[in-house]
Structure formats: structure tokens, C-alpha cells
Design a protein. Structure first.
Length: 270
């Protein structure tokens, strides 16, 4: 299994020309190129500082990807009226759009944290291309719980809202972990993505909360906020304890764990 820290995404030194355009629009396209398999032309600058600047737009990328993933899912639901089929198709399409980069991250973290005794060995396992027992179990549990949460929403309308909210808020959680934890390696995606400043992180979180408020209402958004904070706190604490910081795999794990906690909070608020 390919590690998130050895991804085929362009590295931070792909472009060093200071004259390369950096704007809100280019931030979004850069984020889309980084967080998905969607082909984006004209984005060649992936230095740490410009990636860190782009994190404010990561919730928008989540919204776009989830919106695309839901189109075939809604079509299938209109033919079958089966919410579980809707959930399976939506998740499958999201995996295709993202290249399973987040799932790869949580599987690598499960293998590394569970299979290594020393920090160096944990990091070595996390970079290994093979998946182990802990990783397989983590993926089964995470996919299973996401399917159950979407099914528990009750109908396609509520499931669609939940799917969007999970995608949006989980991509706002990653910049928070990037800001509060130092990179655990001297290389890899965790290091290459840089450290976003407080303003960019606050914009990402604020944008995610506004979108959640519009989609799900005030009470559900308050529950979602609590779930997201718990997820970030848990992943950050475990990563700090296990390897002393964050990596690309830890960021992927942050996205998945936040989806699960947000999903639980949303269902509890119904």
C-alpha cells in the first residue's frame, strides 16, 4: 500500500519561482490537486508556504468532491430507494476521486502505531508499502461505521447532508493538526505541506462551520463542532504520544476519524 508520505503528488520543491501566481482561486485549484485525483492543469507550485496558505479552501474541496460523489449515488437511489446502496456508491465514488489517500493514512497509522515499539520503527512501518493486520482492521471498521452512519440518517436527503458535512468538516480538521503538531519527519507530505498560520486555519474552520450551518442548522452544527474537536484532540494526542508529531498519514487519519466523530454527532443531533 502506498504511503501518504510518499505520495505521487508534486513535492514542495516542484516550483521555486516566487513570481508564480498565488491567489484565492489558485489556492483552491492547488488544494484540489493536492487532495484529490482530479486533474488540475496550470498548478505547478507546491512549495510548503503556498500549500499552507491554501488550507483555508480545503473545506470547499471537500464540498466539491462530495457533491460529485453524490451524483451517481443519488441516481442509484432513485432507482433502488435503498439508503445502504446510496451510501456504498457515494463512498466508492469518493474513494475514486481522492485515490484513497485518507484511507491509506489511517491504515498506515494503525499499522505503525500498533506494530512498532519505538518511534523510528513506527515511522518506518508507516512508510512501508505493505498493509498489515492493524491496517486492514482499521479500514474495515472505518468503512463499516461510515456506511452505518449514512444509513442511520434515514433517507437520501439527510444522508446527502451528512455526507457533505462529513467531507467539509473533516478537511477543515487537517489544517488544525498541521498547526498544532510539528512534522514528525524531515521529509514527506507532513513536512512538505508546511505549517499554516492561525488566520488560514481559522478561515478553514469558520468556512466549514458556516457551510455546516447552512446545510444542517444550528443545533446539528453545534454537535458537529463538538465531534470535530474531539476527533482532532484524539488524533493529535495519539500522534504526539506515538511519533512526536504529524505526518501525511496522520493527516489522512485525521480526516477519517473526524468524519466518524462528526457523523456520530450528526446522528445524535437528529
Amino acid at each position: 500500500m502506498q504511503s501518504s508520505d510518499s505520495s505521487d503528488k508534486p513535492g514542495p520543491d516542484t516550483a521555486t519561482d516566487a513570481s508564480v501566481e498565488v491567489s484565492p482561486i489558485s489556492d483552491f485549484w492547488r488544494a484540489l490537486a493536492l487532495l484529490s485525483r482530479v486533474p488540475v492543469k496550470g498548478i505547478e507550485d507546491f512549495r510548503a508556504e503556498v500549500i499552507a496558505r491554501s488550507v483555508w479552501s480545503w473545506p470547499l474541496v471537500g464540498l466539491l468532491l462530495a457533491g460529485f460523489a453524490m451524483l451517481p449515488a443519488m441516481l442509484v437511489y432513485s432507482l433502488t430507494a435503498n439508503i445502504l446502496i446510496f451510501a456504498i456508491v457515494a463512498l466508492a465514488c469518493m474513494v475514486l476521486l481522492t485515490g484513497s489517500m485518507h484511507e491509506d493514512g489511517i491504515a498506515d497509522c494503525a499499522d505503525g502505531f500498533g506494530g512498532g515499539f519505538e518511534r523510528a520503527r513506527k515511522l518506518e512501518i508507516m512508510r512501508d508499502s505493505h498493509i498489515g493486520t492493524y491496517g486492514v482492521v482499521a479500514l474495515i471498521l472505518c468503512f463499516g461505521l461510515r456506511l452505518i452512519l449514512l444509513s442511520a440518517a434515514g433517507d437520501a436527503g439527510q444522508a446527502a447532508i451528512l455526507f457533505l458535512v462529513m467531507a467539509i468538516t473533516s478537511r477543515a480538521a487537517m489544517p488544525v493538526v498541521m498547526h498544532i503538531l510539528p512534522p514528525a519527519r524531515a521529509d514527506g507530505l507532513g513536512k512538505g505541506a508546511g505549517t499554516p498560520n492561525v488566520m488560514m486555519v481559522a478561515l478553514a474552520v469558520g468556512l466549514a462551520l458556516i457551510l455546516s450551518l447552512v446545510l444542517s442548522g444550528l443545533f446539528a452544527t453545534m454537535a458537529i463542532l463538538v465531534g470535530g474537536l474531539l476527533a482532532v484532540g484524539l488524533v493529535a494526542a495519539v500522534a504526539k504520544w506515538q511519533i512526536g508529531g504529524q505526518t501525511g498519514d496522520v493527516l489522512g487519519a485525521t480526516q477519517i476519524v473526524t468524519e466518524l466523530f462528526v457523523g456520530i454527532a450528526f446522528i445524535a443531533a437528529l
